[in-house]
Design a protein around this ligand. Structure first.
Ligand code: GYE
Length: 365
């Protein structure tokens, strides 16, 4: 059973549920927003191009392709590539959608600009995978003023739930707790000297994993976090941070936690180059997050001890919410995509499934 526990967006998400359950239906709200748009047009408050775009929205909602603007984080990881492909597959013309996916290259300013362009273009729906969790109020207000529903996907934001319409994503805090619980179970009271390679600074996926793991760490006085630095969710970043960790802490650490698979690949390269062994039977316990295909291959091979899953296949769920909105039905204001965790063969755990060839064969991304 999923629990948000200390997740910072808990109250916002809860608010969101209440907010929408107090309303009759989506269609009324959408319609009201469109009337507001028309008034703005009559008053000449919008540029001619924006007027044309808004009118086109009205037509498309009545039967043509539904336009979706997706402000994607970037292309930093295999997880992200799988997520992008999933949106392209699901929001296809065949399925009745015209998807405009902008790769924001992990640049917050670029992402705000992408959302503003979607507003100007009069998209039917805007989906945002927020690079940073903070700083969204102004642009969300602009989307609301334009009458465009916004779905926050993948990550969480620090904004009141009344500022957006729905959320679909995963629970990084719980993933961090899983990693910590698994480590405690495996070490069974033994000492841990831990190095952590965090994800991108300010991203909820990094904040949540860090906080969840820290929560378990606080219960273990025999554990010490030697250092924790951002590897920006990339392989190059993971390698660079690990190389610098090795310079400072060589011979002093026995656990490395990487907040995604690509960082883990970089850390593995750095440890290989330094002759440090990791994985089952190695000097270092290696923990990763995401559980993409290659990450699970390394887990099956015993190179990664634990890989905590984070599922990038979310577009079908987002589409389901949009369909409910289109039909004027009550829609899910918050949907959690559930995850599990996988450990290497030879390891039994209460918190993770032991990897097999069958599990790997079933992993499409
Ligand atoms: O773990 C990482 C990606 O937001 C959950 O972003 C996502 C994270 C994922 O770059 O690989």
């Amino acid at each position: 059973m999923y629990e948000f526990r200390k997740s910072f967006c808990f109250f916002f998400l809860l608010d969101s549920v209440n907010y929408y359950h107090s309303r009759k239906g989506w269609r009324t709200k959408k319609k009201n927003r469109r009337i507001f748009q028309m008034n703005k047009k009559v008053l000449g408050m919008l540029a001619c191009t924006a007027v044309a775009a808004s009118m086109a929205v009205g037509v498309s909602a009545e039967g043509d392709l539904i336009t979706i603007g997706y402000a994607q984080v970037g292309h930093e990881s295999d997880w992200r590539t799988a997520n992008t492909k999933n949106y392209e597959d699901v929001f296809s013309e065949e399925n009745g959608y015209e998807l405009s996916l902008i790769d924001c290259d992990n640049d917050n300013a670029k992402q705000l600009e992408a959302v503003r362009n979607f507003i100007t273009q009069g998209m039917d729906y805007i989906v945002i995978a927020p690079i940073q969790s903070a700083g969204w109020d102004t642009v969300l207000q602009e989307a609301q003023d334009a009458g465009i529903p916004v779905i926050i996907a993948d990550r969480e934001i620090e904004a009141d739930a009344s500022m957006y319409d729905a959320w679909v994503g995963t629970a990084p805090y719980d993933e961090g707790v899983t990693a910590g619980n698994w480590l405690a179970e495996q070490l069974d009271g033994a000492e841990a000297k831990i190095l952590q390679i965090e994800g991108s600074v300010g991203a909820s996926a990094a904040i949540g994993r860090t906080d969840g793991f820290a929560e378990v760490m606080a219960e273990h006085s025999e554990w010490e976090l030697l250092d924790s630095q951002s590897g920006d969710f990339t392989q190059d970043g993971g390698q660079a941070v690990m190389e610098s960790f090795i310079k400072t802490y060589e011979g002093q650490f026995n656990v490395v936690v990487c907040q995604n698979d690509n960082e883990a690949y970089g850390a593995m390269d750095a440890m290989d180059a330094a002759g440090i062994t990791y994985g089952v039977g190695g000097d270092v316990i290696l923990i990763s997050y995401d559980a993409t295909h290659d990450g699970l291959q390394y887990t099956l091979d015993g190179k990664i001890n634990l890989d905590v899953e984070c599922n990038p296949i979310q577009a079908e769920t987002v589409k389901g919410v949009i369909e409910q909105m289109e039909a004027g039905e009550d829609f899910e204001a918050t949907t959690l995509i559930t995850d599990e965790a996988f450990c290497a063969p030879g390891i039994e755990s209460e918190f993770a499934t032991t990897m097999t060839e069958e599990i790997l064969a079933g992993r499409a991304y």
